[in-house]
Design a protein around this ligand. Structure first.
Ligand code: PEP
Length: 252
């Protein structure tokens, strides 16, 4: 049995006060839920405060990005040592917005994934095709390249989470159908089986991301290879995010 994971990516949203209030509401509203992980990824400025707010609860702290060195002259970057220092246990790597706006490629993703693992952080490695790539019929080629290059020289995947986020579904309101999502999730698990063996691959959590809401997650989470969700917009509102958490924890 794989555990479920619901991760909220707050992106570049929320002041310190807003972050603390939202984290407190999620912590209180989800207390007692078992069998999975609830993960919050606030902006860097709120990591320490949110870490304090969720201390001792079943909610975990996640960064939205990482740099692949421990320290030094890398202005504007944040190292794994610093993330651990404020209580992070997860980090999102290779989100499509980082790939698109900050030109991160598969090699950058790979360096960050390896660095996160060696520092003891759980990477949530994001992959996904654009609308153009789907229309061209090359979704599997894109996903296979992102998985193989992102995990190059990674020896163990027990400590990795994968998020399948079709780029055309992120922030657009266009959610993938259950069949589209399950097909890619199963394809990803197949690649992991070839690379790491069935046992290891069957234990990896693969999250779906892209316009998830409490109203559409029920069908998605009933699919065999969908183990949870990475949520953007709907993670910014207490009711919406708690609704997603409750649907997922109730079905898995
Ligand atoms: C995301 O940014 O990872 C995401 C899935 O966003 P949204 O839920 O808003 O589509």
């Amino acid at each position: 049995m794989r555990k479920w994971i619901v991760a909220g990516n707050w992106k570049m949203n929320n002041t310190l006060a807003e972050s603390i209030a939202l984290a407190k509401a999620i912590k209180e509203g989800s207390s007692g839920l078992q069998g999975g992980a609830i993960v919050l990824a606030p902006p860097f400025t709120a990591l320490a405060a949110v870490g304090e707010t969720i201390k001792g609860s079943n909610v975990s702290l996640c960064a939205q990005n990482i740099y692949c060195e421990d320290k030094g002259a890398f202005t504007g970057e944040i190292s794994p040592v610093m993330l651990k220092d404020v209580g992070c246990t997860y980090v999102i790597i290779g989100h499509s917005e980082r790939r698109k706006y900050f030109h991160e490629g598969d090699n950058d993703v790979n360096l960050k994934v390896k660095k996160a693992i060696s520092a003891g952080l759980t990477p949530i490695m994001c992959v996904g095709e654009t609308e153009e790539e789907r229309v061209k019929g090359i979704t599997q080629d894109v996903i296979s390249r992102q998985i193989n290059q992102g995990l190059k020289d990674v020896e163990k995947i027990e400590c990795i989470v994968i998020a399948y986020e079709p780029v055309w579904a992120i922030g657009t309101g266009k959610v993938a159908t259950t069949a589209q999502a399950q097909e890619v999730h199963a394809f990803i698990r197949g690649i992991l089986k070839d690379k790491f063996g069935s046992n290891a691959a069957n234990n990896v959590c693969i999250l779906y991301g892209g316009s998830v809401t409490k109203d559409n997650i029920g069908d998605l989470i009933s699919m065999d290879d969908i183990d949870g969700a990475l949520v953007g917009g709907a993670s910014l509102k207490t009711d919406g995010f708690l609704g997603i958490i409750k649907k997922i924890s109730g079905k898995k």
